[in-house]
Design a binder for this molecule. Structure first.
Ligand SMILES: [Fe+2]
Length: 460
């Protein structure tokens, strides 16, 4: 509630001037008291007055003007000025609240737009809703397009709140999804559609996440105590939902685009493998080994993504190698080996045409460089070789040693590990070999499939 102090009002320069002028014009002694009888203006000792006029703010008396009958003018004026002051304050407070809301929404919009993962966006929505509206429970549910069910993707609140909760489109939530209109239910227990769940809220607000006219999910806010969510609260949550829906949809589109891209890349890699039945599964294993080494080395998300793509496409250049050489079962001649080496250069030429893959060229082109500078195609050395290429070199060699080749059987795990150790510092980056061994020991390295393959090779 906004408070108006009569004392402070009288201290205002313009008010004090007018009041003193009027008091002088009245020509009789006048004094002003606050509601508790304290004299604020004039001299109470100048006489005893029969007339006491209230200074009112609405129905509330905030003070008195004591004087003759004509002193009523002053009481009316002060009542009026107090009312104006109250309105001014109310407008100011409302403007401040609005400003705070707008700043908060702007802040949220900026954060949301910056995120490209649907779950991250949903979690941000939950965190920001907490700042905007009073609630014990907040969740974002999205409709799974395949199952048609509502899934909790982000949640905040104590006890009984879980992600991965799946619900059918029934009850209050189902209604909001079907109508596309938000709902406030301040007394949920008296709502026949309510099915009591572990979250146990008494008041609830449910706002749809809409993209154009399509509802893609909901934001649900609840309070354990019964409170009155207002139309203002709903407006605020709807503004948040409007922005959130667009960003969640964008993040989902980005995700599916990325998936399509990755599928295309894997298909491309598989077509190369199909030419050589001996290398079946090689790409996938090299990718798994590389990622295990990469995480052991603490690479960032972006670097791991680059590593994954480069590992999958490391031998893409073999498209340009003739079958007669690529599939040859006997040892390659010097000239033939020179031709095989060209796959690193062909890879660069292919990847150069694809904008999104240019960044992986150093990782792919240099996966046959050696740490001591004796590799190909450029004879790069040490840190001069992209770390992605140094990782793939170890993963590629390990897989080659632990699988059967046209010209020899698998060397077995123990020999392969020893070879890596022996060649750390010459052929391979010693830090990468160390990371490989660590990942291997912690069993992070061998995926189930790779493990089975390796065991199979050993026993065979
Ligand atoms: Fe290669």
């Amino acid at each position: 509630m906004i408070h108006i102090s009569l004392k402070r009002l009288l201290l205002k320069k313009e008010v004090s001037f007018i009041v003193r002028e009027i008091m002088a014009l009245l020509g009789t002694p006048v004094f002003v008291q606050d509601s508790e009888g304290r004299v604020l203006l004039g001299n109470a000792g100048e006489g005893c007055f029969k007339n006491r006029h209230p200074i009112k703010l609405g129905e509330r008396v905030i003070g008195w003007v004591n004087g003759g009958e004509r002193a009523l003018v002053l009481a009316s004026l002060l009542s009026y000025l107090a009312t104006v002051e109250l309105e001014k304050k109310a407008i100011g407070r409302e403007a401040l609240e609005k400003y705070k809301e707008i700043t908060l929404l702007y802040d949220i919009t900026e954060k949301l737009t910056a995120s490209l993962n649907p779950k991250d966006v949903a979690q941000l929505v939950v965190d920001q809703a907490k700042r905007l509206i009073r609630a014990d429970y907040i969740s974002v549910m999205l409709i799974n397009e395949d199952t048609g069910m509502l899934e909790v993707v982000a949640v905040s609140g104590e006890g009984g709140c879980y992600t991965d909760v799946i619900e059918a489109l029934t009850g209050i939530k189902g209604n909001v999804v079907h109508t596309g209109k938000p709902e406030i239910i301040n007394d949920i227990l008296s709502d026949s559609r309510y099915v009591r769940k572990a979250i146990g809220v008494s008041s609830l607000m449910c706002v749809p996440l809409k993209v154009k006219d399509r509802v893609i999910g909901l934001i649900i806010i609840g309070s354990r105590e019964r409170i009155n969510y207002t139309a203002e609260d709903m407006k605020l949550l709807s503004a948040l939902a409007f922005q959130a829906a667009a960003d969640i949809e964008n993040a989902r589109l980005y995700d599916s685009l990325k998936e399509t891209f990755l599928t295309t890349i894997h298909t491309l890699a598989e077509t190369i493998e199909k030419r050589d039945p001996y290398t079946g599964g090689h790409t996938k294993r090299v990718m798994n080994y590389s990622l295990a080494i990469g995480s052991e080395l603490g690479l960032s998300e972006a670097e791991l993504e680059r590593l994954q793509l480069a590992a999958v496409l490391h031998d893409i250049g073999k498209i340009g190698i003739r079958d007669g050489i690529l599939l040859k079962k006997r040892k390659l001649s010097f000239k033939e080996f020179e031709e095989i080496k060209m796959h690193t250069i062909y890879a660069e030429q292919i990847l150069n045409h694809i904008k999104n893959l240019k960044k992986i060229i150093p990782g792919v082109k240099h996966h046959h460089e050696r740490f001591d500078g004796k590799g190909y195609p450029e004879g790069l050395q040490g840190d001069g070789i992209d770390v992605i290429a140094r990782i793939i070199a170890v993963a590629d060699a390990f897989d080659a040693m632990t699988t059967d080749r046209p010209y020899r059987k698998s060397l077995g795990l123990a020999v392969a590990l020893e070879e890596l150790r022996k060649n750390a510092g010459t052929q391979f980056d010693p830090d990468v070999v160390k990371a490989f061994m660590k990942a291997y020991e912690s069993e992070k390295l061998l995926s189930k499939e790779a493990d089975t393959d390796a065991k199979h090779i050993n026993s065979g």
